[in-house]
Structure formats: structure tokens, C-alpha cells
Design a binder for this molecule. Structure first.
Ligand code: ZN
Length: 470
């Protein structure tokens, strides 16, 4: 059992000055006492934390291998560049990555996530096979590379093996460049069940405690609806609370193709199945109608928005204000890794709404007038729930995942105690994040991770090689 004394902390019931927090050997918060004056007997033996402590953020959507292309697709190939031309570059990268490469990319990425304030991540993983399209014999080394990278970094991981079967609506065969993603429904279910069985057997190991298994369906383009329904129903028998994620309505072309093939829009199709519940997360949902947004909110499913990626790819605007007004649960993710920063994601949720509505403080509420506090608190809680991690708030029973903001950083000095998250989102960004704890362990201390020195040359050499091979 360890104890920490926080001068200024955002607890689940709000900003608190002076709190003594006890953390178990397993990394969970077991007790919180409000102790306004430190120096008393109550803080003896506690580590005193100078700075402002806030809950860590969940990254609800990530494709780790895409870290290998950040910054490398920002030039014009034709006047019609779009998501679809970017996707060709992404496929080319996907078909060059070997398991060791993936582990280096993912380790670097997960360390960057921690430094940026993400303390857990949902990895939406559709690289399943060898570069020639043949399955790996025995254990899936690409899946294992992600788990090992997360253990090395010390980040919470929700691994989402991703079902990927067709190249478009109507059951179209995969294209040759998609061969690595292919999965047979029964084999996929068996592999997921094996993974869950192994996790249950190893539940007492430290690394296993930070790792959760869910499932993703790549999209309605890539998974025939009847297969999605069959797999989702079977998974609910195995684990009623398993996170289930899907990319949906990111592109207008995709919505049109779905209507052409089925007579329904993609989110309508998902709502029609009756499967959506609080353990589903719809990624993007960019081109959702007001009725669809209400349907998602009513089903208590989450939406994961990744504005950095949606802006990078020219996808379109998600109507955040409308979705939140309908009671929708919103979380954020770094998706294509063009940048890896929850502060940037949340800042742009608000800025996008300001630009559209020509008003300020659009996403604040009567109950929480501070935009930074409202967005960070809700995205942390909804994100943790959407990815099945026992975190998202500093309270008894949740995992001890938090960030320490440097109160002396120029972006933070002078911040009133209840404005630290406004400063983080709108004035300081990531530079104020000094220390990061996951499951009761300091993984970032003074902006450094213990593997930085060894990792950086390996990552640099890999990026050099990947860029040369383009
Ligand atoms: Zn994605």
C-alpha cells in the first residue's frame, strides 16, 4: 500500500485542495481522505506530489503501425487527394511491416501516448497475416508484438483484434493489398476465445492486469452484416461486457455505397440490428444524421472522434454539440497517429464547434462552465468505459492512472485551482504534463520514460528504413 498527498487534484466529485490517496499493491485506489492542511500526522509516510493531478485519458482508437507514416503523406500527388489516396500509402506501409518493426513502432507510440496524457489505449488491430498473406504458424506474432510493446511502455491496453473479410459492400473479395487483414469467421472467433481463456488463466500477473481483450469489426464495408451479427452474439455469450468497436460513416462515399447496396445508411443498419449497447463504440460516425446521433445516444453506445485524423484525411465534421446535447457519450483517439495528443483532440472538438456556430464556450454546460474541465472529465470517463479499462476518474475502486501537471510551467502559472484543465487544453497543451502514473507505477517521470535512451536509436533506424523503402 502506498499513499500520495495531492495539493490540487481533480477527483470524481470535482477539484479538491489537499487529498490523501491510498493505492493498493495491485495499483487501485483504495481510500481518499480530504486533508486540507498538509504537514499533519495524516500525511506522514505519503509521497507529496507538487503539481496538479488529473485523471489519465483513454485513447479509444489507435492503429499502431500507422505511426510509421506520420508526416510522410503531407504532399500532393494529385488535385484529387483524399482519404482514398492516403489509404494506398497506408496499405503500402501495412505490407512492409514485420513483427519486430511493429513492436518498435508500437513501443515508441505508446511511450509518446503516455507523455501526451493517454494512460490506456484501444488498439484496433487488423494486421493478422504474414506479408505474403499466409497465416503465422502457432501464436500470432503481430498480436503479441502489440501486447509486448504495451507491457514495455506500461500503458493500459485494450487489444481489439479486428474482423476484416471483404473489400466493399456486397461481399466483394479482398484486394491483393488487403491479404494480410483476411480472417475466416470461425478461426477469428477461436483465436479470440483462446486469447480470453489465456488472459483468465494469467489474471494474477501484473502485465495481464493492464490488458483487456475486446473485438473490432473493421467496418460494414469489410464485414458482411450477417457475420458481424453472428460474431457479436457469440462474444456476448463469452463476455457480456466485452468492448466492441467499428469504424462507421467516416466517408460520404461509404455511406452512398451502403445505401446503394442495402437501402439503409450504415448507422441505420447498425441501429436496426438491436445489438448496440453501452459496450459498443462507433468510431468516427462523421456523416451521421441528427436521428442517427440520437439513436446512438439512446443506445448508450459511445462515439470515438479523432479530429486530428479526420482533419488530416479531409473526412468532414462530426456534430459534437448535437451529440452531446442528446446525452451522447464521446471519447477521443489518435487513430492514424498524425499527432498523439488528447489535449489537441479535445481543443479541436471545441474549436470546430466555435468555428461552425460563431460562438465561444460551446461545449460547456450549466453544470460545468469550464470547457477544459467538462471535455477532459467526460472523455476520460466515457473513454475508459468504451475500452473496458477500470480507470477514467480518480476515485476509490478505479485504477491509479493519473497525470501530474507542472504548476510552474509558463502555461499553468497563475491558473486558479479550477482552471487547470482549461489551461491544459487551451494554453499549454502537452508541455505541462510532467509525470504520469499507470496502475500505481510512475511510467513518466519529469517527462522521461525509462526506455527512451534505448528506444530512440532503434525507432530512428526503423523510420529511416521505412522511408527509404517508400
Ligand atoms: Zn481507424
Amino acid at each position: 500500500m502506498r499513499r500520495y498527498y495531492f495539493h490540487n487534484v481533480f477527483l470524481s466529485n470535482g477539484w479538491t485542495t489537499g487529498a490523501l490517496v491510498s493505492v493498493s499493491a495491485e495499483g487501485f485506489v483504495t481510500q481518499i481522505d480530504v486533508v486540507p492542511e498538509h504537514g499533519s500526522m495524516a500525511v506522514a509516510g505519503a509521497e507529496v506530489i507538487a503539481g496538479i493531478v488529473v485523471p489519465g485519458m483513454a485513447n479509444a482508437h489507435s492503429h499502431a503501425f500507422q505511426r510509421g507514416m506520420a508526416g510522410n503523406t503531407e504532399f500532393r500527388l494529385s488535385a484529387r487527394d483524399s482519404f482514398w489516396t492516403w489509404r494506398n500509402a497506408m496499405y503500402a506501409l501495412a505490407n512492409r511491416i514485420e513483427p519486430d518493426d511493429l513492436q518498435i513502432l508500437a513501443t515508441q507510440l505508446f511511450v509518446e501516448m503516455l507523455k501526451g496524457g493517454y494512460t490506456s489505449v484501444a488498439e484496433f488491430h487488423y494486421l493478422h497475416r504474414q506479408t505474403n498473406g499466409a497465416p503465422y504458424a502457432g501464436a500470432n506474432v503481430l498480436w503479441d508484438a502489440i501486447g509486448q510493446a504495451a507491457s514495455t511502455a506500461g500503458i493500459g491496453l485494450t487489444f481489439l483484434p479486428t474482423l476484416y473479410q471483404t473489400s466493399d459492400f456486397g461481399g466483394r473479395r479482398l484486394n491483393p493489398e488487403q491479404a494480410r487483414f483476411a480472417c475466416d469467421t470461425d478461426e477469428f472467433l477461436r483465436a479470440v476465445e483462446d486469447r480470453i481463456g489465456a488472459a483468465r488463466r494469467n489474471a494474477d500477473r501484473d502485465a495481464a492486469r493492464l490488458q483487456v481483450t475486446g473485438v473490432a469489426f473493421h467496418s460494414l464495408r469489410a464485414v458482411p452484416l450477417e457475420n458481424l451479427q453472428r460474431v457479436a452474439l457469440r462474444l456476448r455469450e463469452i463476455d457480456p461486457g466485452m468492448p466492441l468497436h467499428i469504424h462507421v460513416a467516416e466517408q460520404q462515399l461509404e455511406v452512398k455505397a451502403c445505401v446503394r447496396e442495402t437501402g439503409r445508411r450504415p448507422i441505420e443498419l447498425l441501429l436496426d440490428t438491436g445489438l448496440l449497447d453501452q459496450y459498443w463504440c462507433l468510431v468516427h460516425a462523421t456523416h451521421a444524421t441528427p436521428k442517427e446521433l440520437k439513436g446512438i445516444a439512446d443506445a448508450q453506445a459511445s462515439v470515438c472522434v479523432s479530429i486530428s485524423t479526420e482533419a488530416n484525411l479531409g473526412d468532414g465534421f462530426f456534430d459534437t454539440a448535437r451529440f452531446l446535447k442528446a446525452g451522447g457519450r464521446l471519447c477521443v483517439g489518435s487513430d492514424s497517429q498524425s499527432t498523439v495528443s488528447p489535449t489537441e483532440e479535445l481543443r479541436w472538438l471545441e474549436y470546430q464547434s466555435r468555428l461552425r456556430k460563431k460562438r465561444r464556450a460551446v461545449l460547456a454546460t450549466k453544470g460545468e462552465p469550464h470547457v477544459g474541465t467538462r471535455l477532459w472529465r467526460d472523455a476520460a470517463q466515457h473513454g475508459a468505459r468504451a475500452i473496458g479499462q477500470p480507470a477514467g476518474a480518480i476515485e476509490v475502486g478505479r485504477r491509479a492512472d493519473w497525470l501530474v501537471l507542472d504548476a510552474a510551467h509558463p502555461s499553468m502559472v497563475g491558473a486558479a485551482p479550477d482552471r487547470a484543465l482549461d489551461h491544459l487544453l487551451f494554453a499549454g497543451g502537452d508541455a505541462a504534463i510532467r509525470d504520469v502514473m499507470v496502475a500505481g507505477r510512475w511510467v513518466i517521470k519529469d517527462r522521461r520514460h525509462e526506455v527512451d535512451g534505448e528506444l530512440q536509436p532503434r525507432f530512428a533506424a526503423l523510420m529511416q528504413r521505412l522511408t527509404l523503402a517508400e
